[in-house]
Ligand binder design. Structure first.
Ligand code: SF4
Ligand code: SF4
Ligand code: SF4
Length: 330
């Protein structure tokens, strides 16, 4: 059973989160921690808790999905205990990846933070210049966490259509959405053993706390908005979207040598999806890829042809995979 814990932030939510991560690092005796920092929007592997003052899980820029290279980090350090601070779409990708390949998750402490959305790199750069500095832009979203963030239409389409902005599924989950973050944030710990190591005291009455009503309300609204946006994007692009797997595979054939979307996707590898003897991408592998897609949008961001890949993949799931799964259940 989860242990929920409201932590005082004393006007500095980012500082409070840094303190929690420092505490977790020390108590779980981690050797390093992969974290999003104030840098270029990609995760950085830190080796010292002092470096955590560069941490910023709310930077509205995502240039890599950490699940893509976490297995490599774990393999290169076979004895190390590694912490990873992830966005919800990175947790989903890591879970999907772990179903397909052996990842030593037991050597990891995963921490997921509510996500307030991210801009495309070009848009981020433009907004930072208008704002006068990256720091101003990086701190902007957290100020509006209680309302669910700032106007979503500004974000990448993957974020506008996101189904998983709430931190969940990790060993430790940090909640800010719907909460007055200058006063309190939520720490939601997956199991008793983790809670005990972290020194959290279980609070039995938290679910009735008024903050939770607000969090539930805002979370539900965000999920509804994500669902509506997904459908709107599909409806707007209906005439150009591939309608089935064969049409999608055909589309990839027209991409020539480009494999940019495969290269950035946490669920693909140099040889996955592979090609069959006729030189076409393996149908079953492409289908598994679609099923496990975490919706992070890194593929779309990398596509030189600006194809709306997240919408294409969502549509394939709706048209082909969801009906197949429903038929199997019935
Ligand atoms: S897809 Fe969702 S979790 Fe991922 S960066 Fe966008 S809003 Fe955040
Ligand atoms: S297919 Fe695209 S959206 Fe899905 S997990 Fe891969 S990079 Fe993310
Ligand atoms: S990134 Fe775009 S152009 Fe390149 S293979 Fe993927 S869909 Fe095709």
């Amino acid at each position: 059973m989860n242990t929920k814990w409201l932590v005082e932030t004393n006007g500095d939510p980012l500082g409070a989160i840094q303190n929690i991560f420092t505490e977790a690092w020390e108590r779980f005796e981690l050797d390093s921690m992969l974290v999003p920092t104030n840098g270029n929007g990609g995760p950085h592997l830190l080796h010292d808790t002092n470096e955590l003052n560069h941490l910023n899980p709310f930077k509205p820029l995502m240039t890599l999905n950490a699940a893509k290279f976490l297995p490599k980090i774990l393999n290169e350090q076979p004895e190390a205990r590694i912490g990873a601070v992830l966005r919800p779409c990175e947790v989903r990708a890591l879970e999907a990846k772990a179903k397909r390949e052996a990842i030593p998750l037991k050597r990891m402490l995963t921490i997921c933070v509510d996500c307030l959305g991210t801009y495309s790199p070009e848009d981020y750069q433009w907004r930072a210049e208008r704002k006068g500095s990256q720091e101003g832009l990086d701190g902007e979203e957290l100020q509006f966490a209680r309302q669910g963030g700032i106007a979503a239409y500004r974000f990448r389409s993957a974020c506008q259509a996101c189904q998983t902005p709430i931190g969940d599924g990790a060993d430790i989950n940090i909640g800010v959405i719907g909460l007055p973050v200058r006063q309190k944030i939520l720490v939601d710990i997956r199991d008793q053993a983790t809670a005990k190591t972290l020194g959290a005291k279980k609070s039995t009455s938290l679910e009735d706390h008024p903050y939770f009503d607000q969090r539930r309300y805002v979370s539900t609204r965000l999920l509804q908005r994500g669902t509506q946006t997904r459908q709107r994007l599909i409806d707007n692009l209906e005439s150009i979207l591939p309608r089935n797997l064969d049409a999608l595979i055909d589309q990839f054939e027209h991409c020539g040598e480009c494999r940019s979307c495969f290269e950035v996707c946490p669920l693909c590898a140099a040889d996955y999806p592979s090609k069959d003897s006729a030189g076409l991408y393996e149908r079953e592998q492409v289908m598994q890829w679609m099923i496990s897609c975490a919706g992070c949008g890194m593929c779309e961001q990398a596509c030189p042809n600006h194809l709306p890949l997240v919408t294409i993949f969502t549509n394939i799931r709706q048209q082909v995979i969801d009906p197949m799964e429903a038929a199997l259940i019935n």
